[in-house]
Design a protein around this ligand. Structure first.
Ligand code: RI2
Ligand code: CYT
Length: 503
């Protein structure tokens, strides 16, 4: 059918195409059917919404479509039903545990990016990867397909460094310190991050508290060529565009299938032209990788994938057995990261991890002699040079470089849990901490999260505060309190853990 475009002032989180009820009946179109919209050389796919918000002879399109495609009000288009894409068959193949060929993986990714596959099929793909996995040939094909369906950045500076965590550990604001330390040493580091996947705050969610994170590739090129660094959200760019779409399905299920995680991270690094990449694998109970053996196996996969992409990759296996630092949630983490950069001091876990990772990058980039990177990273942090660089990043990304960390607004609805007995902290449950912070509204409510007053090994007295939940609404606070009561986020025991009798 022929129709005129009406732009509807709404975002639906998908490509929605509104069709008048009578017209839908005539054309035999039903809600959620896939349709093709064509205008000259332009072709876009979307899902039908039957609605009398639009008149006969019109199709309404949501603003989501306009982010990547240009349509104008009143533009004449042709709308036709579109059948099930061939790639659905390949998704089923993976469901049955078969290996996918390169062309099949390319077809799936192209259809994800072209919106021919809808949320329902994409979540089946993600689930099939969680269950049946991918081998290295499939991962390499997936990575390249994800990168090549988007734009590539070409920065006129060498060498290009990068750092990326596989995530999973609560409170991981580490890379917000690592990037300015490395850039302050004169290296180039165009850092892209995703939003939260399984955690309560991804690095992009945290940086967004004090600076913009959505930029075009041209803007990023300008920023990085000027100051040597950026900290932006990968999903805002047309950079590995399938990544942000699959992440949506992962986030809903709180899963991050290993093969897809490798491709998600490395496709962004490949598209940014990174040559020296450091991957952080937090390892411990309740995170994505629980044992050092598993972390070693995953490290080999990252290094091999990097080799196939022409990148030099090193991996740091880091301690992920409890949260990093004392805060979880976007605004609280922003405060902690900025204050550590500003003063050169902060929680031991955060400073230790950040200077350790930055030190490896300084050595990889050839600006620190072998074995001296961490010391140099610490000096850069303590001398205030990292903070100066951070201020440049904030300024270039449209934030206020004179920001005072303690003035960043945080949720004012609070509840503090106290120690029910005296003893030692023998465990902090990562999953419970993330669950509480998410129940409190993180990452969407920036001020929601947790302030932790204790870490594993510390001694507490009955009645000492253990952690405070912060939320932006009473309803969310109540949900978080209920969640916290159902779990055991912090375990306290005496020094004798168990007595085994001799019987
Ligand atoms: O912890 P979850 O939410 O699973 O993983 C997502 C986080 O991990 C990565 O961290 P970074 O950007 O290297 O700091 C991503 O970019 C994102 O911030
Ligand atoms: N799956 C992912 C994990 C961490 N970071 C990413 O960008 N992607």
């Amino acid at each position: 059918m022929k129709a005129k475009v009406r732009i509807l002032d709404m975002y639906s989180g998908r490509y929605s195409v509104f069709i008048n009820e009578k017209e839908a009946k005539k054309a035999k179109l039903h809600p959620d059917d896939l349709v093709k919209i064509e205008a000259g050389k332009k072709t876009v796919y979307g899902s039908v919404v039957v609605s009398n918000l639009v008149k006969e002879g019109e199709i309404g399109i949501s603003r989501d479509i306009l982010q990547l495609h240009s349509f104008s009000e009143g533009e004449a288009v042709m709308v036709t039903p579109s059948g099930t894409p061939e790639s659905v068959r390949y998704i089923k193949k993976k469901m049955h545990g078969e290996k996918l060929r390169k062309v099949e993986i390319e077809a799936i990714i192209k259809d994800i990016v072209d919106r021919k596959l809808r949320d329902i099929e994409i979540s089946s793909f993600v689930t099939s990867l969680e269950i049946n996995g991918l081998d290295m040939d499939e991962i390499a094909a997936l990575t390249i397909a994800m990168a090549e369906t988007g734009d590539m950045l070409d920065i006129d500076r060498k060498p290009i460094m990068d750092v990326h965590s596989i995530g999973g550990v609560p409170g991981n604001k580490t890379n917000i310190l690592v990037v300015p330390i490395v850039a302050a040493a004169g290296l180039t580091i165009p850092k892209t991050s995703s939003r939260a996947i399984t955690s309560a705050a991804g690095t992009a969610d945290v940086v967004e508290v004090f600076a913009e994170v959505s930029f075009s590739l041209d803007e990023i090129k300008r920023i990085v060529e000027k100051i040597g660094a950026c900290m932006v959200w990968g999903g805002a760019l047309n950079l590995a565009p399938a990544d942000d779409i699959t992440i949506k399905a992962e986030r809903a299920l709180s899963i991050d299938p290993t093969g897809l995680m490798l491709a998600s991270i490395m496709s962004k690094k490949y598209a940014m032209g990174s040559q020296y990449v450091l991957i952080d694998i937090p390892t411990g109970k309740g995170v994505k990788v629980e044992t050092v053996d598993q972390a070693r196996a995953l490290s080999r996969d990252f290094i091999e994938l990097g080799r196939r992409l022409g990148q030099y990759v090193e991996v740091a296996i880091t301690y992920g057995g409890q949260p990093i630092g004392h805060t979880v949630g976007p605004a609280l983490e922003a405060r902690e990261a900025l204050s550590a950069l500003m003063t050169g001091r902060g929680p031991g876990s955060l400073i230790e991890k950040a200077t350790g990772l930055a030190g490896i990058l300084l050595e990889m980039g050839g600006v620190a002699p072998a074995g001296m990177g961490k010391k140099m990273a610490r000096e850069i942090l303590e001398s205030g040079k990292a903070w100066d660089k951070m201020k440049e990043i904030i300024e270039e990304q449209g934030g206020n470089p004179d920001i005072k960390p303690e003035e960043i607004p945080v949720g004012d609805k609070t509840y503090t849990f106290t120690a029910p007995t005296s003893g030692y902290i023998t465990g902090i449950d990562n999953r419970a901490i993330t669950g509480i912070a998410r129940a409190a509204g993180a990452p969407e409510d920036k001020g929601a999260g947790i302030e932790l007053y204790v870490k594993v090994g510390e001694k507490v007295k009955e009645g000492d505060p253990l952690f405070t939940i912060r939320a932006e609404s009473e309803a969310r606070l109540d949900q978080a309190i209920v969640f916290a009561r159902r779990t055991e986020p912090i375990r306290i025991e005496g020094m004798v853990l168990q007595r085994i009798g001799n019987i």
